[in-house]
Design a protein around this ligand. Structure first.
Ligand code: BDR
Ligand code: CA
Length: 319
């Protein structure tokens, strides 16, 4: 079993990623889920995460609220993409899944300190504030990390929230600088792959055809999510960013990757949050990032559809 902590800011695409993980508890030991301010403020990301746990019937995973703002900067949020709730498309309800009293950063620090070296996979799909704060608070956790499988950054695709920067990195570039420099292996799924994974109507039709609360919720969330991005990009569907992380963990052969150095711009007002991917190894900076640069699109949607179908045939998730 792969032991993991998911750190997220749901967000419709974070929500789908969480559901894919919860459908895979035969291979994933989800130690807890931490939430961060990002797409919407923390009070909403933690509530949204607990709603997804309820929908999936996963009542035995702890949800922890972490940092409510980036390390040095004011929060930039993305209601324009995700709607005022962060997961517009479904009706908000008060979840039964409780919010744990421990701070998310404390949960990460204490869980990692108690673990064996090189044993825990971190899966961040929002700004990296919680992970960076945990590393700054207790550097001894770094050796406990097996790998960090994250969504963030861009090379060939440019930026989606500024001309140069992808949203998760732009919101907290200092946090990204700390995490990418930690020395542990990082798998980075950025816009170069996620922009190929469009939730087009024909792909969503397969989910619409399934019965059950989860497929229904996924269909309606992604329908909403499509609204802004189809207009912005002139495409048939919005890119499914965050599900790249769980897809990579389940089926790495779906992706092409290259070991590179990735550095983050933290000073320039023009290119703040830009990820400089040394794809052609033109520097001798240390290479610790597996940069994902291509993806088998149909294979990805086959996997996604199978994982959502898990909930069409069962009442809740394993465990
Ligand atoms: C990332 O930003 C957020 O809006 C999405 O949830 C995803 O994590 C894509 O740039
Ligand atoms: Ca996200």
């Amino acid at each position: 079993m792969l032991k993991m902590i998911i750190d997220c800011d749901p967000g419709q695409d974070d929500a789908v990623n969480l559901l894919m993980a919860m459908a895979s508890r035969d291979v994933f030991d989800i130690l807890g889920i931490t939430t961060v301010a990002g797409n919407v403020p923390l009070a909403l990301t933690q509530r949204n995460c607990r709603m997804i746990c309820d929908l999936a019937g996963c009542f035995n995973i702890g949800v922890y609220a972490g940092c409510d703002r980036p390390i040095l900067r004011d929060l930039v949020s993305a209601e324009i993409v995700h709607g005022q709730t962060g997961i517009d498309g479904i009706t908000v309800f008060e979840p039964k899944t409780p919010l744990q009293s421990r701070h998310g950063v404390d949960f990460i620090v204490e869980t990692l300190l108690a673990a064996e070296d090189d044993s825990i996979t971190l899966v961040p799909t929002g700004p990296l504030t919680n992970i960076a704060m945990a590393m700054a608070r207790a550097p001894a956790i770094i050796g406990k990390i097996h790998q960090i499988v994250m969504m963030g950054g861009a090379m060939r695709e440019g930026g989606n929230f500024s001309p140069s920067a992808e949203f998760n990195i732009l919101v907290d570039p200092e946090a990204a600088h700390i995490v990418l420099g930690c020395g542990r292996p990082v798998v980075m799924a950025g816009l170069d792959v996620s922009h190929k994974l469009l939730a087009s109507p024909d792909r969503l039709a397969a989910i619409a055809a399934m019965s059950g609360a989860v497929p229904e919720a996924v269909y309606h969330m992604l329908n909403f999510f499509n609204r802004f991005d189809t207009e912005k990009y002139g495409t048939e569907g919005a890119p499914l960013h965050d599900p790249c992380t769980i897809a990579w963990l389940l089926q790495p052969a779906l992706f092409q990757r290259k070991l590179c150095n990735v550095s983050v711009e933290t000073a320039s007002p023009l290119t703040l949050g830009h990820t400089a991917v040394d794809f052609w190894h033109v520097t001798d900076k240390p290479k610790s990032v597996h940069w994902l640069y291509d993806v088998d699109v149909e294979g990805f949607f086959d996997l996604l559809t199978r994982k959502i179908a898990f909930f069409a045939t069962r009442d809740g998730c394993h465990g």
